[in-house]
Design a protein around this ligand. Sequence first.
Ligand SMILES: [Zn+2]
Ligand SMILES: [Zn+2]
Length: 396
Amino acid sequence: MKPGTVQRIFDDHFPAVDASHRLDERSRRAAWNIRTCRTPAQGYHIDACPNGDYRIRLNNSCKHRACPLCGVTETELWLERQSAKELRCPHHQVVFTSPDSLRVFWYWNRKLFTNLYFRAAWHSLRELLAGEKRLGALPGVIAVFQSWADEQQVHLHLHFIVTSGGLTPSGKWIPADPEYLLPVAVLAAKFRGKFLAYLRDAFKTHTVTGKAKASNQVLVPPPNMRMQQCLNLFNKLGRQKWHVQVEPAYVQAHGILKYAGRYIRRGPLSERRIRAYNGKRVTIGYAHPEKHTRPTFSLDAQDFVLRFLSHVPEKGTHCARVYGLYHSACRDKLNQARSQHSQPPYDREAEPPDTHELLHRMFPDFTGDLCPHCHARLVTVFVERHANSPPWRKAA
Ligand SMILES: [Zn+2]
Ligand SMILES: [Zn+2]
């Protein structure tokens, strides 16, 4: 549907959801931004033609990471940056999934849980690939955390996009078997062991050297569970089989990158997937219709709001990360690998395209930021950020 549908659904239903649920600040802040994006509540700015023949006053956008109106260009920019680094080699997609019973720990410790999740997955992969028996090399990884499944319900998983090969300590590129990166059961068991160990360790309030940890580094048990129950659960999960999926290598990383990265900056679904909204129910098209027997599913509008908000990350959580050869600390190694793929060194100085350039690349017919008289690019000459006091402050 046309942009603004999520905003409309939130306008119609968020007040009732807010009145009947105990929402946290994270959710209320996201809802306020989604509802006020590009309205006078966010303030305004004035764009003017540099030749002096046109001025326009526009409401500010909210720039919230979950806002479907705001995230499109930022997502595109992120994809551009990753693509510039990408090694011209096949990439595997590896999906790490955690058991559903851990969801509640994520719910109460979103940022820390996400950090440990990423760390456990990366450490497992790095350790196994570095082993002499396996590849004996360091891969490049682009990783994305997603908290949702096909129907927007909570389902925690990580997409890892992994080079099919890596750089040995002596600086030689070794390709991996494109059909078979790693034995799935070994990877799953290692990930399980590490993640549970990191979670257990996160309960400790002090480091090994006796220093008190910052409160956001300490895992909080869910309110209905005692510490011992949590540890028992971890022990039980340590004996179960976990799910990790390793796909055969794709020729180009860009496709998977686009697939995994497209939601990093606009909430759990794009507005294009909303097929209908009648004021009460929302009909949504599946992201992967081929996996389902029907093309769409529908949700009560209040459930839609709740599910949408349940996936908004805590402030400061990085839901997309890079590791190994793609990490900025490994720039020399990346360039060694690039030269063996006949690619020029990665140039971090190369300016990424700005919003204007990106918009015109994505929507060639877009004229919204051009002067209607002389077609010069408009320049922002004034910004007024007099946002109204958001409701979570009023409530405080
Ligand atoms: Zn916005
Ligand atoms: Zn002009």
